[in-house]
Design a protein around this ligand. Structure first.
Ligand code: ADP
Ligand code: 5GP
Length: 199
């Protein structure tokens, strides 16, 4: 791979199905990778340190912010989250498209820093379905689910900074839309103009 990879930002209300859609869409592809964020929240049952997140304390988080080790960072429902910069830069330089699953404040920072990044917002079919999915997932208390739903309503108001919206109603269709966006981005003039030089 010689071309520089793209930065793909995925946001959307917690429970909209971001991980589910992206995992389905990138199955069998060898040009994509996920960025693993750092967070100060506690691991959920089954989450693995270094895979789902790097779980760190607030002190280490602040140190990373001060050292400029994070590409972006934000507070979300009483915890800090951030994207380690070194990994993303290394993978992009090696030609991988790097997926960031981050919330809206972080997405805004990425767009300001790298305007060519691709921002995708994933919507659930409705707020009722979103609540059902969070309840069925069974990973959050009723209180946390309420906080996440309130935050979801705020995030929807900021969706105008995104390049694309995917509605995750039927999983196969949502995954196909994600794949179509990647394909379209790959065909952009800016991404392919170097090909003209070979003629
Ligand atoms: P997010 O990453 O946005 O927080 P998840 O991918 O964890 O969301 O999905 C939240 C829950 O909704 C999971 O239990 C998942 O299996 C379920 N889910 C995801 N997509 C769909 C879909 N299209 N239809 C029904 N349930 C879905
Ligand atoms: P969760 O606690 O459900 O794993 O994530 C909560 C929210 O934090 C989700 O919207 C997720 O996209 C976002 N998030 C996860 N990692 C990061 C990160 O590194 N930066 C930012 N800004 N948001 C993140």
């Amino acid at each position: 791979m010689t071309e520089k990879g793209k930065l793909i930002v995925i946001s959307g209300p917690s429970g909209a199905g971001k991980s589910t859609v992206v995992n389905r869409a990138i199955q069998g592809r060898d040009d994509m990778c996920f960025s693993t964020s750092v967070t100060t929240r506690a691991p959920r049952p089954g989450e693995v340190d270094g895979k789902d997140y790097f779980f760190i304390d607030e002190e280490r988080f602040q140190e990373m912010v001060e050292n400029g080790e994070l590409l972006e960072h934000a507070r979300y429902v009483a915890h800090s989250y951030g994207t380690p910069k070194a990994f993303v830069e290394k993978q992009m330089a090696a030609g991988f498209n790097v997926i960031l699953d981050i919330e809206v404040q972080g997405a805004r920072q990425v767009k300001e820093r790298s305007p060519e990044s691709v921002l995708i917002f994933i919507l659930p079919p409705s707020m009722e379905e979103l609540r059902r999915r969070l309840e069925n997932r069974g990973t959050d208390s009723a209180e946390v689910i309420d906080a996440r739903l309130r935050r979801a309503r705020e995030e929807l108001k900021e969706a105008s900074i995104y390049d694309y919206i995917i509605v995750n109603d039927k999983l196969d269709e949502a995954a196909a839309e994600f794949a179509a966006i990647l394909k379209a981005e790959h065909c952009r003039y800016a991404h392919r103009r170097h090909l003209l030089e070979t003629f």
